[in-house]
Ligand binder design. Structure first.
Ligand SMILES: *[C@@H]1O[C@H](CO)[C@@H](O)[C@H](O)[C@H]1NC(C)=O
Ligand SMILES: *[C@@H]1O[C@H](CO)[C@@H](O)[C@H](O)[C@H]1NC(C)=O
Length: 268
């Protein structure tokens, strides 16, 4: 899973730095990202892939290429078990940003796969998401969020500095990135919370997508490779909807389109 993430996202990101140029298409709702806009996703991709590593290798910042390409952060707090509880870590980068990274599905774990197929939509609790009438989340993802929420909140509070917060994750960890970033923005309204997620499945209903858009505004983005099935699940006829902020990687592997609105058909 980690190598897939690195291959699909990082290598293409690196290649495209040389080739991409900023342009705006006839359809103004689709914008081709510039090389510098794409490069903003490189460190988040390494951080997202590091979340799959066991906590002891994160503590020592020795988890292979993912750690090797990122300066060792301070104040590392880890949690999760890679089975029923997603692995995650919170730390602080040298510029004072608090980083949270959440792992995706462990495809070797029946318990982990079970989280993904627990499809029903359930109402969220106002203690996590105030003023959220009508907001519903995928039951499996919501349960996964509730299992890590307390540890993550403590990990964020434990950081020495109170700077902006960046949340990253891949696949199931990407769905949890959007959910947890929205939660943290409500918890810490004076801080800027940014979500950068890779290949998220849909995590909630239209009211949820509205809630994310209102809470995070332009600070949420999700990158999707054209060939990846996960972001098309669960299907829209089941009343799921992505929030705004889609970046679509075209078949050429070097063109990254920022798609206006939600579920923008132009990008399909
Ligand atoms: C950085 O990541 C690349 C893969 O994207 C890997 O080949 C390389 O070994 C990594 N560098 C370090 C120092 O780990
Ligand atoms: C994935 O689950 C298997 C089976 O429970 C476990 O042995 C392994 O350590 C887990 N992998 C990760 C990366 O958490």
């Amino acid at each position: 899973m980690r190598s897939i993430l690195i291959c699909l996202l990082l290598n293409t990101a690196t290649q495209s730095i040389a080739t991409a140029r900023p342009t705006v298409r006839q359809d103004s709702s689709v914008t081709v990202l510039s090389a510098s806009q794409i490069s903003e996703w490189t460190i988040p991709a390494y951080l997202a892939s590091a979340a799959y590593c066991p906590g002891n290798t994160i503590q020592s910042w020795n988890c292979g290429p993912a750690c090797g390409n990122v300066s060792e952060p301070n104040g590392i707090v880890t949690g999760g078990d890679g089975d029923f509880v997603q692995r995650w870590f919170v730390a602080q980068t040298s510029d004072g940003t608090t980083v949270l990274s959440i792992s995706g599905t462990n495809t070797s774990s029946i318990e982990s796969i079970g989280i993904d197929i627990d499809f029903p939509l359930v109402e969220v609790d106002e203690t996590f998401f105030p003023d959220s009438t009508g907001v519903e989340l995928h039951q499996g993802f919501y349960g996964a969020f509730k299992r890590i929420q307390g540890g993550i909140l403590a990990g964020v509070v434990a950081q020495a500095r109170q700077g902006d917060i960046l949340v990253v994750g891949h696949s199931l960890g990407a769905a949890l990135t959007q959910i947890t970033a929205t939660y943290l923005q409500k918890q810490f309204p004076a801080r800027v919370v940014t979500a950068k997620s890779f290949a998220p499945p849909r995590s909630g209903n239209k009211a949820w997508a509205d809630y994310v858009d209102v809470t995070l505004g332009s600070n949420t983005g999700h990158m999707i490779n054209y060939a990846d099935d996960v972001p098309h699940l669960p299907p829209r006829p089941w009343h799921f909807q992505h929030a705004s902020g889609e970046i679509w990687i075209l078949k050429d592997g070097t063109t990254y389109e920022a798609c206006g609105g939600r579920e923008n058909p132009v990008s399909l």
